[in-house]
Write a new protein. Structure first.
Length: 519
C-alpha cells in the first residue's frame, strides 16, 4: 500500500495594516477623466493625467502642496460644469464618420489614422483605426494609443464599430454611422496611409464648478460619490470652488457624512475672511459643523504660484494632508521650506483655537511652547471624549478599517462551525500585535480588547445564514470602557455600526450574558 501526500496551500488569514495617509481630492482640473478616481503617486503623475496647475482650478495647487509637504499617494476626482468633448471628423466618401473624445475639455488632443492593411479588397466595410492622444495639437509626442483592427461600419457585424469603440478609453462614435467605411488617411507626400486627422477645436472646458457639481449624485456616482469606485482613502480634500469662492456648507455637510461612512477624515479649509486669530475665534462661534470626522488647520498659507510668478495665499487643505501623511497626528505640524502661514499665531492663541477645535501650524518649530494636541472639529460634542483628538480618531478608524477589510473573506466562506473560531483567532492576533506594540498603553490584554463572533452574535450560523456578524471592542480613554463596533459581512457588501454595551463592569466573561444595543 502506498501513501501519497499532497501539500495544500492554506490562505493567509492574518490582518494586514491598511494605508493611513491616502488622500482624495475633488475639484476642477485642466483635463483628464471625469468622475473617475485616479491614483497618482507624484505631482508629475498629476500633470501627466490632469494637466498640472491651472488658475481656474485650485485643485492643482492643492495637489502640488500635498506632495511638497510629504504626501505619497492621492486619488484625484475631476468634476466639470457643462464641459464638452472635442470631436474628430473622418471623411467617408460623401459622408463623414464623427468620433468624440471621451474626456471633455479644450486640452484633450486626439488624432486618428485609417488604413485597410490586411483587409481583402473584396471587403468594402472593414477598416483599421488608430487613435492617439498627443501632448499638444500638431506635435508627435504621443501619450496614449489604441488600435482597432478590422472593425466594420455594417450594423450587426461581428466587429461592429459601436460595440468595439464602447471599450475605448479615448473615443466614442458620435451621431450616425456612415453607410461606407471612412477613407484612408493618406500622406500627401508619399501617398501612404500614415497621415493623421486631428481633433476639431470644438471642445469646451465648461464654466466654474459649483457646490452641486462637487456634491454630485449617489445614484450616478459623480462628484463626492465617484469615490464609491475607490477601494479606500483616509483623508478627503475639497479645495475652494475658485480662487475667490470657498466650498459651501452644504458640500461640507455631505462630505462629512460620506467620510463617516467611508471611515475617512475631511480636511476643512478655514474660510477666506479669517485673516487673524480674532477672526477665527469669532467665526467659530457661528460655526455649524461639529464633527469628529473632520479637521481644520488655521491660518491659510503663503506659497509660490508658478503660473503667476509670485507668492500667493492658498487654502491649506493640500499642505495639511501632506503633513498629516508624514505623521500620525501627534507631531507639531511644520510646513516644508517654501511654505509659511500667512499670519503668526502666538502660543496662547494656539491654545485658545485648539479649545474651539481649530489646529495651527508653523514654518518653524516653537521651542519651549508645547503644541496642543491636534483636534477634530467635534470639540465638546464628540460622541466619545477622545474623539476630539485627531490621533485617537485616526487610530480608531485605522483599527476598524483593518479588521473590516481583513475579515471580508468570511462572506464567501462555507459556514462551517470552525469559521467563527478562525475569525476570532484572526482578530485576536491583530489586537495582540497592537497590544505588544503599546497601542493600548499599559492595559492588560483583557482590559484592552474583546472579540465575539460565536452564536451570541451569529445565532443562525449553523443554518448557513447569508451574513456573518463580528463584535469587537477596544479600550476607550476611561478605564473599564470600550469602543464597540458590530461588523457585518455579506456577499454583496460589508457594514460597520457602533454598538453600545450595557453599563456593567467591563469583563469579557460577563459579556456572554449581555444584551448588545446597536446605535
Amino acid at each position: 500500500m502506498s501513501v501519497q501526500l499532497q501539500e495544500q496551500e492554506v490562505p493567509d488569514r492574518s490582518i494586514g495594516p491598511q494605508p493611513t495617509a491616502r488622500t482624495a481630492f475633488i475639484g476642477r482640473a485642466l483635463r483628464g477623466p471625469v468622475n473617475v478616481p485616479v491614483a497618482v503617486q507624484s505631482f508629475a503623475d498629476f500633470q501627466q493625467v490632469f494637466g498640472g496647475l491651472w488658475q481656474p482650478g485650485p485643485m492643482g495647487y492643492a495637489v502640488e502642496h500635498f506632495f511638497d509637504n510629504g504626501g505619497c499617494e492621492a486619488l484625484i476626482v475631476r468634476v466639470v460644469n457643462g464641459a464638452r468633448a472635442a470631436t474628430l471628423t473622418l471623411p467617408a466618401g460623401a459622408e463623414t464618420l464623427v468620433l468624440q473624445a471621451l474626456r471633455p475639455g479644450t486640452r484633450e488632443f486626439l488624432r486618428a489614422c485609417v488604413d485597410y492593411d490586411n483587409i481583402p479588397s473584396s471587403n468594402a466595410a472593414d477598416f483599421n483605426l488608430t487613435v492617439q492622444r498627443v501632448r499638444t495639437q500638431g506635435t508627435h509626442r504621443i501619450e496614449d494609443q489604441e488600435t482597432f483592427r478590422a472593425i466594420s461600419v455594417l450594423p450587426g457585424a461581428q466587429r461592429d464599430l459601436r460595440a468595439i469603440l464602447a471599450e475605448s478609453a479615448l473615443i466614442r462614435p458620435f451621431g450616425a454611422i456612415p453607410s461606407r467605411r471612412p477613407d484612408c488617411t493618406l500622406d500627401p507626400v508619399n501617398g501612404l496611409a500614415t497621415a493623421y486627422v486631428s481633433s476639431n477645436s470644438d471642445g469646451d472646458d465648461g464654466g466654474p464648478v459649483t457646490d452641486y457639481d462637487v456634491i454630485g449624485s449617489g445614484i450616478e456616482r459623480t462628484g463626492i460619490f465617484a469615490l464609491d469606485r475607490a477601494e479606500q482613502f483616509n483623508f478627503l480634500c475639497i479645495p475652494p470652488i475658485a480662487r475667490d469662492q470657498d466650498v459651501g456648507l452644504c458640500t461640507l455637510l455631505v462630505a462629512t457624512r460620506y467620510c463617516k461612512q467611508r471611515r475617512a477624515i475631511l480636511i476643512v479649509d478655514p474660510p477666506a475672511p479669517w485673516h487673524t486669530v480674532e477672526d477665527a475665534v469669532r467665526g467659530m462661534r457661528d460655526w455649524n459643523l461639529a464633527c469628529e470626522d473632520a479637521v481644520m488647520y488655521f491660518p491659510r498659507i503663503l506659497a509660490h504660484d508658478k503660473l503667476r510668478g509670485r507668492f500667493e495665499t492658498f487654502a491649506p487643505c493640500g499642505a495639511v494632508a501632506g503633513l498629516l501623511s508624514r505623521s500620525e497626528g501627534t507631531d507639531d505640524p511644520i510646513l516644508r521650506p517654501g511654505y509659511r502661514p500667512n499670519c503668526l499665531v502666538a502660543p496662547d492663541r494656539r491654545a485658545r483655537l485648539a479649545a474651539l477645535g481649530v489646529n495651527t501650524f508653523h514654518s518653524v518649530r516653537a521651542y519651549g511652547h508645547p503644541a496642543p494636541r491636534p483636534r477634530t472639529l467635534a470639540c465638546a460634542r464628540a460622541s466619545a471624549p477622545e474623539w476630539k483628538f485627531l490621533a485617537a480618531r485616526r487610530f480608531a478608524l485605522w483599527v476598524i478599517d483593518s479588521i473590516e477589510r481583513g475579515t471580508r473573506w468570511v462572506a464567501y466562506a462555507d459556514r462551517e462551525p470552525q469559521v467563527a473560531a478562525l475569525v476570532e483567532a484572526q482578530v485576536r492576533a491583530f489586537f495582540a500585535q497592537l497590544h505588544r506594540a503599546g497601542g493600548f498603553g499599559d492595559r492588560s490584554a483583557e482590559e484592552a480588547f474583546f472579540v465575539i463572533c460565536d452564536a451570541r452574535v451569529n445565532p443562525d450560523a449553523d443554518a448557513a445564514a447569508p451574513v456573518f456578524h463580528l463584535l469587537i471592542g477596544f479600550a476607550a480613554e476611561r478605564t473599564g470602557e470600550f469602543h464597540a463596533y458590530r461588523i457585518t459581512h455579506a456577499a454583496d457588501a460589508s457594514a460597520v455600526r457602533a454598538a453600545t454595551l450595557n453599563r456593567l463592569e467591563i469583563d469579557e466573561p460577563l459579556l456572554r450574558n449581555r444584551r448588545l444595543l446597536a446605535r
